[in-house]
Design a protein around this ligand. Sequence first.
Ligand code: FAD
Ligand code: AMP
Length: 480
Amino acid sequence: MNDTFDLIVIGAGPGGYHAAIRAAQLGLKTACIEKRMDGKNNAVLGGTCLNVGCIPSKALLDTSHHYVHTQHELAAHGIQVSNVALDVAAMMQRKMSIVEKLTQGISGLFKANGVENLAGHGKYLGNKKVEWTPANGEGAKILTAEHIIIAGGSEPVQISVAPLNNETIVDSTGALAFAAVPKRLGVIGAGVIGLELGSVWSRLGAQTTILEAQDVFLPLTDETISREALRTFKKQGLDIIFGARVTGCETAQQQVMVRYEKNGEAQTLTVDKLIVAVGRRPATQTLLAPGSGVNLDERGFIHVDAQCKTSNPNVYAIGDIVRGPMLAHKAMEEGVMVAELIAGHKKTTMNYEVIPAVVYTHPEVAWVGMSEQEAKARGENYKVGSFSFAANGRAMAAQENMGTVKIIAHQETDRILGVHIFGPQASEIIMQAVIALEFGASVEDLQLIIFAHPGLSEVLHEAALAVDNKAIHMAPRKRK
Ligand code: FAD
Ligand code: AMP
């Protein structure tokens, strides 16, 4: 193998593999170093997202949804089922085969595009040099590249009050691989990951309690939407305790006693499994040699500008290891942007204002752009409109008529500032809003578009009409 490249990417998660493939498409001689090994000790591509994040969590969310749906919702359709049983091993096997297919797919794409796939550990030494320690035990090699992209991603935050033991106290990775449904499950953190993993095991039968230190629920989501979502999740059986600060854990006889404080009072919760889901931190520890010229910011992320350039002119950093939302699609787009910049497309930029976020509960929560509370805080002169899935024919036919679409728009210009959704297929409907925001659409644009009937997306249309108090399937607000 030649040891000189146009580009070396460290990390093959969504950020790194997108960057590597796009760079190779553009004719750059590209290598990608990835240290991750799977349970069978094979080197795997795809990062957190494909191996222990987005994909396996969605596989389990879907299985657990089918389980609940079959048990509790089919009867209303006149479908009788009995003896519904869960096979956790089969569920895990299905999850693993999806992960395998996708990660092998990335290997295939690397081959097809001529990306040199280097299994092992990468470290940026500075001065265009990368140390690669191969996974097969061979000695470290020094590689050289004109450009480097650091895409090392993130790892779960650990807290001393709930130390992982990988048996009863686990992080998100452990929670994707329980061998059986725990009878009592505790989750620390009601963020996106805590909610999704809590939902999986709660739907499968675990009595689930989520302890959340803050008093607010999904703080980036519009309050109308997060309130409705919270009500629904509680009805579904998720016990979410706010203002609950975990102070310690005691483990004995395969159970965990979690100590926490609420309103200044000491409380306890005893569970069979505890998931620690208190956030993720950038994985910078072994990536940069002293003197690499790549600086971190005050929160420990690699410091970058709007085009992901670091303090070292030859080095870029993308994805979870830099500022911005820790989302796979944000990492992917940064990867593409940087590959194109390196290939000489100088004007390539990315619109950080329009990044969708989704919580894959059922129904889902999804949003893009400003919430009403953010519009207020920014001093925007805004107007809002919302419409409920309860009045939507398609949602009713599917027995999914729960939730709301809310639009926040500028009072004078009519430009859409944000769209927040709780409801069926919110993750898909939000993309229409993303396209609207990206094109700088006005509320009137959405009002004038013809939506197929019957469709869940009609709720977005009606919410746009509601902004100007002219929704058809809703009593009008009192006119001033
Ligand atoms: P990563 O995916 O973390 O990849 C970085 C890779 O770099 C890793 O494989 C790591 O092994 C490798 N690496 C690090 N250091 C080195 C080194 N020194 N040498 C070689 N290799 C190295 N996001 C969404 O958008 N949608 C979702 O539904 C979603 N669900 C999630 C569910 C869970 C349970 C979790 C944990 C995360 C989820 N995320 C989701 C977040 C998403 O996984 C991340 O935002 C995304 O993976 C970030 O991509 P990345 O390329 O920056 O880093
Ligand atoms: P996110 O950062 O979205 O993944 O969410 C993590 C959540 O965990 C946040 O809402 C935090 O408030 C919460 N959290 C962090 N530390 C604790 C703790 N010790 N006890 C309870 N909740 C916590």
